[in-house]
Write a protein that binds this ligand. Structure first.
Ligand SMILES: [Fe+2]
Length: 245
C-alpha cells in the first residue's frame, strides 16, 4: 500500500486493523530488519493473504529471496500463520520459541489457544493454522548467528512461552516483544491456554530496565525514541502489584 520505513534499517511490512491496517485485517505488526548484510522478518501475520505482506516487502525495495530468517515472538495464529508458506516458498529459516516449537510443528491448535480464540471470534470460523516445523528454536540468552547479534528474553505469560528480541540496528536499540507489552505500558492478557499472569509479571519485570530506542510491539502503535518507557510503565505497575491491562 505504502512504503513504511520507520527508521534506517527497520520497516513495518505487515499490520492489521489493530495496527495501521497495512495488510490483512487480522495480521499482527510484522517488522523487516536490515542487519549488516542480513535481512530478518519478525512475525509474519495470520497467513490468510500473505501476498499483501510480500507486496509490502517488495514495495520497500527488498526481495523475498533475500530474507534469511523469520523470528517468531509467540505461537498465536495472527503472528505465525504465514510461516509455513514463507519457509516453503522462499527457504526462509523459521525460528520458533523453543517452548512452543512442538505445538506449532504438530499444528496443535488447542495447545496454542487457537481453538478458543476462534470460538471467541478472533479468527474466522474456517481458519486453521498451517503447521510449521521451525528450522531453529529460540531460547532466552544470546543469539549470535550469520552476523545477527541479539539478546533474547523469556516472554511467557501471554502465551505458553514466547520470546522477546532485543538488538541493535544501524545504531538504534530495538525491542520486539510480540504481545508482551503494548503502547501505554499495557499488557495483553487473555483467558486462554498458556496464559499465566505470574509468569507475565516476571517476564515484564525482567525487561523493564532495558535501554530501548525502538519499541516495536505486535499490535498498535510503535515508538521510535525512548521506547523503553513503555516497558518501564508496565513493569512499575507489576511492581506495585497491579495488572497493567
Ligand atoms: Fe498473541
Amino acid at each position: 500500500m505504502i512504503e513504511m520505513k520507520l527508521v534506517e534499517g527497520v520497516y513495518l511490512v505487515g499490520s492489521g486493523r489493530n495496527g495501521i491496517f497495512l495488510t490483512d485485517e487480522l495480521d499482527c505488526n510484522c517488522y523487516l530488519v536490515e542487519f549488516e548484510g542480513k535481512l530478518a522478518l519478525f512475525d509474519c501475520g495470520i497467513g490468510i493473504r500473505p501476498e499483501l505482506l510480500e507486496a509490502e516487502i517488495q514495495r520497500d525495495g527488498f526481495r523475498m529471496e533475500d530474507i534469511s530468517y523469520l523470528f517468531l515472538t509467540h505461537c498465536h495464529g495472527d503472528h505465525i500463520g504465514a510461516a509455513a508458506y514463507l519457509q516453503r516458498e522462499y527457504g526462509i529459516k523459521v525460528v520458533v520459541p523453543r517452548t512452543e516449537a512442538e505445538a506449532f510443528a504438530r499444528g496443535d491448535e488447542a495447545a496454542m489457544g487457537l481453538d478458543v480464540a476462534r470460538d471467541a471470534g478472533f479468527y474466522p470460523p474456517d481458519y486453521h493454522l498451517a503447521a510449521c516445523r521451525g528450522d531453529e528454536t529460540a531460547v532466552p540468552g544470546i543469539w549470535e548467528k550469520d552476523g545477527i547479534h541479539m539478546e533474547l528474553f523469556d516472554a511467557s505469560g501471554h502465551s505458553i512461552g514466547g520470546i522477546c528480541y532485543y538488538g541493535t540496528v544501524k545504531g538504534r536499540r530495538f525491542f520486539i516483544g510480540g504481545d508482551l507489552v503494548m503502547m501505554g505500558g499495557k499488557i495483553s492478557f487473555q483467558l486462554i491456554p498458556g496464559a499465566d499472569i505470574h509468569a507475565y509479571a516476571r517476564c515484564v519485570r525482567e525487561v523493564m530496565d532495558l535501554k530501548v530506542d525502538l519499541f516495536l510491539p505486535g499490535h498498535g502503535l510503535f515508538q521510535l525514541q525512548d521506547g523503553g518507557m513503555q516497558l518501564r510503565m508496565a513493569g512499575e505497575a507489576f511492581e506495585h502489584l497491579y495488572i497493567p491491562a
